[in-house]
Design a protein around this ligand. Structure first.
Ligand code: MF3
Ligand code: CO
Length: 258
């Protein structure tokens, strides 16, 4: 069942998403060569707490960290560790928060200090694919229109989309219907309606699409060792243009801190 959000839901969902966006923004500014992924996760935890929220990931199916931090060939669900980030790495940070009963979910791949042209191109393709998907998130379209927009853009630019992990509805819980694959899948063909809130999240590999899970039971990596990038926003379907809920700029002034 797809849960359509009412204005009352959205009064709480908007701030939850704004907090998720603000935390991700704070973390992006914190990332630099030499810091460990554990330090990044601890910093994220302190920002989540600062905004009065909780991590939506910690403890979810026994997930052990506050955020997902995935470096280079790691696709998603990377675990914080003593690994130091190095100049030229690309690090995907996924932040989901629970705030007053609602969840905001967003992710971004960030270069550490700077990165090579191939990595930058992969990030650009992935981020643009996210916006292509968002542009298709309008009533009258179906979930597959979002999927197709993302897949066509990614594959048209010589990259590949991961099949095993998908976007999703989000609200009071992290994973609601519908699934939002980044490839056309006839099983996910629901009609888009105003009030749907979707986490749209292309996971894009520079090489082949296949992935595997490491022995830690969580970290997803590319099978061929190629780089991977991940961009995600929580988006509201409206009568008109889709509304991106996870912009840090949307942080309500009463939550803002200097
Ligand atoms: N944004 C991811 C998702 O929507 C993060 C989940 S990580 C987990 O599935 F640890 F919570 F599973
Ligand atoms: Co998500």
């Amino acid at each position: 069942m797809i849960i359509l959000k009412t204005e009352r839901d959205l009064e709480l969902m908007r701030p939850a998403c704004a907090v998720a966006g603000a935390v991700l923004n704070d973390v992006a500014a914190f990332i630099r060569p030499g810091v460990t992924t554990k330090q990044v996760d601890e910093f994220a935890a302190s920002r989540i707490k600062h905004y009065g929220a909780k991590s939506a990931f910690l403890g979810y199916r026994k997930y052990p960290c506050h955020t997902c931090i995935s470096v280079n060939d790691e696709v998603v669900h990377g675990l914080a560790s003593d690994r130091q980030l190095r100049l030229g790495d690309i690090v995907s940070v996924d932040v989901g928060v629970l705030y007053r009963g609602y969840i905001g979910d967003n992710a971004r791949t960030i270069p550490v200090g700077g990165c090579g042209v191939a990595a930058q191109r992969l990030m650009d393709v992935t981020e643009k694919a996210l916006y292509e998907g968002i542009a298709a998130a309008v009533p009258g379209n179906r979930v597959t229109d979002i999927s197709r927009a993302i897949q066509n853009y990614v594959e048209g630019n010589g990259c590949s989309v991961v099949r095993e992990f998908v976007g999703h509805g989000v609200g009071r819980t992290m994973h609601e219907e519908p699934q939002v694959p980044n490839f056309v899948d006839a099983k996910s063909n629901q009609k888009l309606r105003p009030g749907m809130t979707l986490a749209i999240e292309p996971m894009v590999n520079a090489g082949r699409p296949e992935v595997k899970i490491l022995n830690d039971g969580w970290t997803v990596v590319t099978q061929d060792g190629s780089l991977s990038a991940h961009f995600e926003h929580t988006v509201l379907i409206t009568e008109g243009e889709p509304e991106i809920l996870t912009w840090p700029e949307k942080m309500p002034s009463r939550l803002k801190v200097s």
